[in-house]
Design a protein around this ligand. Sequence first.
Ligand SMILES: Nc1ncnc2c1ncn2[C@@H]1O[C@H](COP(=O)(O)OP(=O)(O)O)[C@@H](O)[C@H]1O
Ligand SMILES: CC(C)(COP(=O)(O)O)[C@@H](O)C(=O)NCCC(=O)O
Length: 321
Amino acid sequence: MEPLDHFRDDDFSPFRFFTAEQWSRFRADTPLTLTEEEVRRLRSLNDPVDLDEIRRIYLSLSRLLSAHVESSQLLFHQRKSFLNIDQAWKTPFIIGIAGSVAVGKSTTARILAELLKRWPSSPKVDLVTTDGFLYPNEVLRREDLMDRKGFPESYDVGAVLRFLSDIKAGRPNVHAPSYSHLTYDVLPGEFTVVDRPDILIFEGINVLQVRDLPEDGKIVPFVSDFFDFAIYIDAEEADIHHWYVERFMRLRETAFRDPESFFHRYAAIQPDAARAVAESLWENINLKNLHDNILPTRPRADLILRKGRDHLINRVALRKL
Ligand SMILES: Nc1ncnc2c1ncn2[C@@H]1O[C@H](COP(=O)(O)OP(=O)(O)O)[C@@H](O)[C@H]1O
Ligand SMILES: CC(C)(COP(=O)(O)O)[C@@H](O)C(=O)NCCC(=O)O
C-alpha cells in the first residue's frame, strides 16, 4: 500500500496500515445503530459521509474504541484495588481529534459521539471543540493575532489545561467556553457544561500540539497528556485546500447571508472576488498553520484516518502497541 507521505509501511514503522476495505472487516458483528437520516443531520456542509462510510470505517473504529474504554476501566479498577483506595468517581476516557481546518473533524466527532452513546452500556458521551478556548477577537486584534486565528498562540492554553484537568479529576459541571462561526468570535457568557461523562471527545486543530519546555523548569503538561486515544484526520493538502474554498463558496449561499455573519459582506460580492478571499484565508492562515503546527503533530496520533479527494476515508493507520 502507498505509504502516508513520510510514513513507511514496513516492520519498523510505528503504524500498521490498512485499506478502507481491510479496515471495514474489523467491525465484525458491531451493529449499525445510525440511520441515513441521522447521518445526514450529523454531517457538516459539503461532507458526503453516508451509511456506507459508517459501515466501512466507523463501525470498526467504534469497536476498537470500545475495547480501549473497556480495558481502561479494567485498569482503573485494578489500580483502585492495588492502591487499596475507595475512589467513588470515575475518570472519563478522553478522545482527542486533530487535523487541518476544513478536513471534516466536526463531522467525525459528532458521528463518533452518537455511535459511542449507542453502545449497549449507554455511556454518557460529551463533545467539546477547542474553538471556545480561542482568545476573543478583541484580544486577538490587540495582540495583532487576527491573522493567526487557530495558531497555538491564539488559544488560552492555560484554560484548556485547567478544563481537561478538572474533567480528569472527575469534577462535576465543568464549563467549556463556546465559539460562534457566525460571529467569528467567542460567545461571552456561553458555555457547554460537562458533567462527569464516561467519555469526552475533544476536537480541534491543535489538540496534539507540543510546546517548548519552559525555561524556568516548571512542569506544564501538554493538552494531549490528558488523552486516552488520539485520532488525526488527514488528507492531501491540495484536497483540503479545495474543500476549504468550496465550503466558503457554499457558505456564501447559506450562513454568510445572515446579516449577523462576520463574513456577510462576502455574500454580496462577485463570486471571483469571494473566491479570492477564500484563497487568501487558506494561503495566509490555514495552510501556514497546517504546515507549521498541525501536520507535525500527525505522528503523535494513535490512529490516522486518511481521506481521498472524494472526502471519504480510504486508508487507516493504527499505532502498533
Ligand atoms: N465561516 C463559517 N461560517 C459558518 N460555519 C462555518 C464557518 N467555517 C467553518 N464552519 C463550520 O464549522 C465547523 C468546523 O469547521 P473547521 O474548524 O474548518 O473544521 P472541520 O472542517 O475539520 O470540522 C464545520 O462544521 C464547518 O462547516
Ligand atoms: C476557528 C478555527 C480556528 C478552528 O478552531 P478549532 O475548533 O479547531 O479550535 C477555524 O475555523 C478558523 O476560523 N480559522 C481562521 C481562518 C479562517 O477564517 O478560515
